[in-house]
Design a protein around this ligand. Sequence first.
Ligand code: F6P
Length: 539
Amino acid sequence: MTNWDDLAAHRRGAEGRRIEALFEAEPDRAARRSTRACGMLLDWSKTALDDRAVALLLDLAAGVPARREAMFAGERVNETEERAALHTALRRPADAGPLPVDGRDVMPAIRETLQRMRRFADRVRGGGIAGQGGAYTDVVNIGIGGSDLGPAMAVRALSPYHDGPRVHFISNVDGADAHDTLRGLDPERTLVIVASKTFTTAETMTNAATVRDWMARVVSRPADQFAAVSSALDKTAEFGIDPARVFGFEDWVGGRYSVWGPIGLPVMLAIGPDRFDEFLAGGAAMDAHFRAAPLAGNMPVMLALVGIWHHQICRYPTRAVLPYEQRLLRLPAYLQQLEMESNGKRVAMDGSDLPRPSGPIVWGEPGTNGQHAFYQLIHQGTDVVPCEFMVGAAGHEPELAHHHELLVANCLAQSQALMRGRSLQDARAMMEKRGLTGAELERQARHRVFPGNRPSTTLVYPLLTPFTLGAIVALYEHRVFVEGVILGINSFDQWGVELGKELALELAPLLDGKPAEGQDGSTLRLAEAMAAMRRAVEG
Ligand code: F6P
């Protein structure tokens, strides 16, 4: 029997056992089944994990330390692209020693780029670098995927720290995105950052050209109001961006792991270089914890093991990320890319078919809004959705402390309700109190039953500071890595996004009415129908 079989057998053996019963059997369960790191507490006691399950899961993670050290050391852990995955180098503390990759210390270049970013950000924020109409009031970041989601998420998350220009994001090739973002902006006082690792991504290059045209109508030298973040310095030069305003990064920083370096420039412009350093320090603190803490007390490892248990053993197909923190509005979208682009793979590192499910579907929305939308299914639907709650002990608005109390109470109430549920007996008693009797009482009571025994984790932190945000993001990065190692997946490539991109290029002429060969009937019919609709719309 493998550990996987043992785990599955263990779960079958414990069928019918309730999470609440585990608390009765283990009086110190909440303390034993929780993990502290970087000032945060991750409670995973409201899951079905017991000693045996934890021991078996930890065995599965036995290979993690070696892979982890290989990653931190810059070995080529991204085997299909033959590269290191060294985003952790971007947040390495200033006093950390050299980090040789292929015989060359990568730290001097990282530090020099960070210094250049600092100088640039300070001068933009201070007005020393200005647009044709004066100091910049607005920054527009053009990028998509990892060149958008990280900074967009972080800028929003850290809004209490904003003391720089307003920052906007254009990502979608839908012209509505550029149009609506640019509306109301002054081209003479807008700085544009084109963020693209490859500088070939169709959406970003299309948006960049559109924004340049928008600016050129008013600004005599639009290129002077552009900066770029890219690994393709030849292409940024071709676009006409002054090399002094181009911030490069190496190909061993994956897009979805890149917010720590130049892709984080919009964050630095918004909150300033010192606060950005705190964000990096939070990530570095989580790195130090991940490397030093024993597996059983290791926050990313335990979060990963909970994930493996729910998806691989319990076969719950999705997991929900539910921040009770409105400013983490974009965190679920950010984590969707981080988790699903990293571990949504059907073959193992060696190319063989994965013998088990790939990483799970991740989704979510901040509480309390989600409560009034999809929590119905979470509580009473037939699918079990493990929930990952997160909430700060305090908010940034002391004058609105009563809001925060309600927020926290709601977060705790949801995880408790999921675990406890409501029995038929209690539902009947409720209906009786309302004066119902007989068949009507029975019918109404059944609708009010909550099965309960639904698992969740809760991450609590003092306050959503730049440091804490950095720690949370690094926590999830490492969680994804650990899950990938256990599944034997390469978490650092993303071949699954390629086919659609290629086909979009082939299909573009068809939509212009050009004949297309080799298309399927459905696609042809859709294109024809839309051509007719478009003619009607455009008159
Ligand atoms: O399409 C997926 C992807 O390659 C992501 O991995 C990446 O974050 C995004 O596109 C953007 O790529 P680039 O930064 O090269 O424009």
